[in-house]
Design a protein around this ligand. Structure first.
Ligand SMILES: [Zn+2]
Ligand SMILES: [Zn+2]
Length: 659
């Protein structure tokens, strides 16, 4: 809370002790009084939950914490300061460049400049060198409060800054920060001086409209990244390279998995046969799994009367994301944005008794949602996608057990794909519907189930949807990135809107609780994520082609064909490459498609009834293993059945072997 002017501020330090300091005290002085070493390590402070720099006078009391390089919140301060350093360098080399904004962003920063010519990679190298120079000059970030007239004079050649200045209210403090020759209109916070910015790199440039408005001038944006150590910077750059190598859009094309055709429309995925194999395997696996977990499969139409979405509230709350209406015999219809209303109608097709509950409906339901073309991204952000959607209708007393079963299901599912995961519980938001007591009970139920299973979780306070609390699972992929995973959502809203009922043991009607849940979420996004997670080298059970049989010479076509036929009869997805190309050429092509196994047939193998087996995961320099054909088929079949992860026959999928 901001204290009245000129009153003292009470600061509570992390050890619980308190300090009373006069208004306007600089945090720097408070930190110095705690210890000189701490002042040297300090990047900024956090007062009452707000990060500020060491030289901005205190305007509030509350908890007081010093942020050092170890604190993740200090990274934003570093990165924003690096943006100033960039502008400092650009202005030194291009005095006429006009400045826009320079915020910290995820993993880095940018700064926008208005210049006549776009920047080249050479320019970037020069700017980066100049940044290093300015960092070594150890310019302190100096803060000053100015009045409007002074500010207008300072930024007389910077129309973008003047525009920003004009928006500041008369009661707002106008602060400017100077580092060496550069001055910027800015609220801060910044690191103490430019020498703190050591481990950084300029990444690339892009055009950007001033304030994202296409009617305004186009600026040149320079992106960079900054870290507190070389190791972190290197790890980040390595991660970027890995991410690029794994990009599902590139691999999707190279491996012939999917495409987007502008004649079909942006954001609409065409699954090629090799991609469809992967999707079909996942769907088959999941269908078997949920049938064992007591689900019933349903199918609902892709297009539904708009009237239904009026009842569900989608037209009111979700209209922006819906495809437009089409008219049929005077009535309006829309592609469905969600599957829930259809499942509810199936529930309502009969009168339900408490003895019928829980009812669990599942559907691989394709939905359509409008996304701006600018945000579409391969398979990850699309306009049409298939959810592995399910809705559980149960009594309030059954919620605990049902949520517990869902957690089992999530765990069983994610384990198979080799994803560790984290869990987040999102609680009641400000605009929640329903009584606080019902919410509290539901949140307690979710927390209780997590606790019973000793499942660690974070709380996203106020992050629930207006209609109910939820659990979000975040998948962690092979290079440590987090992906949106399963969600389990309690819903008090739709049962109310549709007037859902069941007849209780007391013979009176009651309202059921509804749970929405997805496991993979969007099939498109999940498979896109898997391509990157596995870098295109799928576990055998998902591999579009599991085995390629390659005879060394023409005369060995016959025995090779018979081995291929046996593998096929054994249920393996295989092909025979007996083309008149060199052996190396054919091996290279199978490698390019990341085919997990290659059976090479030479004269010796043909006579002995063996194959020389090459494994994609072992790379180029491997010595093929000679094994009997029967053993080959056995081994691969077992690997498929256990859904083993590449290189881990005893891997996560193996516990399914007993099924
Ligand atoms: Zn700043
Ligand atoms: Zn739903």
């Amino acid at each position: 809370m901001i204290d009245p002017p000129n009153s003292d501020h009470e600061l509570t330090l992390p050890d619980g002790s308190t300090r009373l300091v006069p208004a306007g005290t600089l945090p720097r002085d408070v930190v110095a009084s705690i210890g000189a070493g701490l002042l040297r390590a300090a990047i900024a402070v956090e007062v009452d939950g707000q990060v500020q720099d060491l030289i901005t006078p205190l305007r509030r009391g509350g908890t007081f914490r010093v942020l050092t390089e170890k604190d993740p919140k200090a990274l934003d301060v570093l990165r924003h300061s690096a943006a100033h350093l960039l502008a400092t360098a650009v202005r030194r080399l291009r005095p006429r460049a006009k400045i826009g904004f320079g915020p910290a962003i995820d993993e880095g920063f940018y700064y926008d400049f208005e210049v006549e010519e776009p920047f080249t990679p050479d320019d970037l190298a020069q700017f980066e060198a100049e940044m290093r120079k300015a960092a070594q000059e150890k310019f302190p970030f100096v803060r000053a409060e100015v009045n409007r007239a002074q500010a207008e004079k300072l930024f007389v050649d910077d129309p973008l800054k003047l525009e920003r200045l004009a928006e500041l209210g008369d009661d707002e403090v106008i602060s400017v920060y100077t580092d060496g020759p550069f001055v910027d209109l800015c609220r801060g916070p910044h690191v103490p001086d430019t020498s703190r910015i050591k481990h950084f790199k300029l990444m690339h440039t892009a055009s950007a409209y001033w304030r994202g408005d296409e009617h305004r001038q186009q600026l040149q944006r320079i992106y960079g990244t900054a870290w507190f150590s070389t190791a972190e910077l290197d790890a980040y750059l390595h991660r970027l390279e890995e991410a690029k190598r794994r990009d599902h859009r590139t691999l999707g094309k190279e491996l012939d998995l999917y495409s987007v055709d502008q004649r079909v429309g942006a954001g609409l995925i065409l699954w090629h046969p090799r991609g469809a194999v992967i999707r079909n395997e996942i769907e088959t696996f999941e269908r078997d799994l949920i049938l064992r977990h007591g689900y019933e499969l349903v199918y609902t139409p892709h297009v539904m009367s708009e009237r239904l979405f009026e009842i569900s509230g989608h037209l009111e709350n979700f209209r922006e994301s819906m495809f437009g209406a089409m008219e049929v015999e005077g009535a309006a219809y829309r592609p469905k944005p969600m599957n829930c209303p259809g499942h509810i109608c199936i529930y309502q097709a009969h009168q339900r008794s408490y003895r019928d509950l829980p009812i669990r409906y599942a559907e691989f339901g394709t939905v359509y949602r409008y996304e701006r073309s600018g945000v579409l991204h391969g398979m990850l952000r699309v306009r049409g996608f298939t959810q592995d959607d399910a809705h559980v209708f149960c009594t309030p007393e059954q919620v605990d057990v049902e949520v517990g079963r869902l957690l089992d299901l999530v765990d069983e599912m994610l384990r198979v794909f080799g994803y560790p995961y984290t869990v987040e519980l999102s609680t009641r938001p400000a605009n929640a519907m329903g009584s606080p007591e019902v919410w509290a009970a539901a949140e307690r139920a979710l927390a209780r189930v997590l606790a019973q299973r000793a499942q660690a979780y974070d709380i996203d306070a106020g992050g629930g949807a207006f209609y109910g609390p939820k659990l979000d699972f975040k998948l962690i992929d092979a290079i440590g990135r987090k992906w949106q995973g399963p969600t389990v959502q309690l819903d008090f809203n739709l049962p109310e809107r549709f007037g859902l009922e069941y007849i209780g043991a007391d013979n009176a009607p009651h309202r059921p609780v509804m749970l929405h849940r997805v496991l993979v979420g969007s099939m498109e996004r999940f498979v896109g994520g898997l391509i990157e997670h596995y870098a295109g080298a799928f576990p055998l059970w998902l591999a579009p082609e599991q085995l390629r049989v390659i005879p060394i010479t023409d005369e060995l076509r016959e025995p090779a064909a018979s081995i291929a036929a046996r593998a096929k009869a054994g249920g393996l997805r295989m092909s025979l490459d007996d083309r008149a190309q060199t052996l190396n050429y054919r091996i290279a092509e199978a490698e390019r498609l990341k085919t997990p196994y290659m059976a090479i047939i030479g004269k010796r193998e043909a006579v002995a009834g063996t194959v020389a087996l090459r494994e994609h995961r072992l790379g180029r320099e491997q010595k093929p293993q000679v094994i009997p054909v029967d053993e080959l088929i056995d081994r691969l079949t077992r690997e498929v059945q256990t859904r083993a992860l590449p290189g881990t026959l005893a891997g996560a999928g193996q516990r399914d072997a007993a099924d």
